[in-house]
Design a protein around this ligand. Structure first.
Ligand code: FE2
Ligand code: FE2
Length: 166
């Protein structure tokens, strides 16, 4: 892992270290906690499914390091930790289960947006470097994040509707 960033490849490796941290923390802590907290069956199933996908995302990233001849390494992401801290700050003040579900759907959407933005720029760099095997791996992750975003947006819409028509 480069200590200084002097070329696009260094940026890509640095982004890989951030995303390995993100995917591992999501798989080990964030998604299991969310799964246990959620009550809406459709939402709960979606999170369970994405938890399994997320474990594969971390494995894909480890392979991506290997393709570049680097040892896989995770390095703290202030972006994800900020999202986690923000969710914790707000969720304590939520007084009803319905609102908590809706809030959790929006927190999940924010995380997917973060991942989508990260993978899109990494793919862009990997393409420039002619690393097509790497691009394929990152595209796999990106496709899952996009599907998941669509799912949580659907859940959020449904929950909002139920809340306002109840
Ligand atoms: Fe992911
Ligand atoms: Fe995700």
């Amino acid at each position: 892992v480069p200590s200084t960033i002097a070329e696009p490849r260094d940026l890509l490796v640095t982004a890989l270290t951030e995303m390995l941290y993100v995917e591992q923390k999501l798989a080990d802590e964030v998604l299991p906690e969310l799964r246990d907290q959620i009550k809406t069956p459709e939402f709960k199933e979606g999170v369970k499914h994405h938890l399994e996908e997320t474990k594969r995302h971390a494995e894909n990233l480890e392979r991506a390091f290997q393709i570049l001849g680097e040892t896989p390494k995770a390095d703290k992401s202030h972006s994800l930790d900020g999202l986690v801290a923000q969710r914790e700050k707000v969720i304590k003040r939520i007084e009803s289960d319905d609102l908590r579900e809706l809030f959790n759907a929006s927190a999940a959407a924010k995380t997917e947006h973060l991942e989508i933005a990260a993978y899109e720029s990494m793919i862009n760099t990997a393409e420039t470097l002619g690393q097509s095997e790497l691009v394929d791996l990152l595209e796999e992750n990106l496709a899952d994040e996009k599907d998941t975003l669509k799912e949580v947006e659907k859940v959020a819409k449904k929950l909002s509707k139920e809340k306002t028509t109840a």
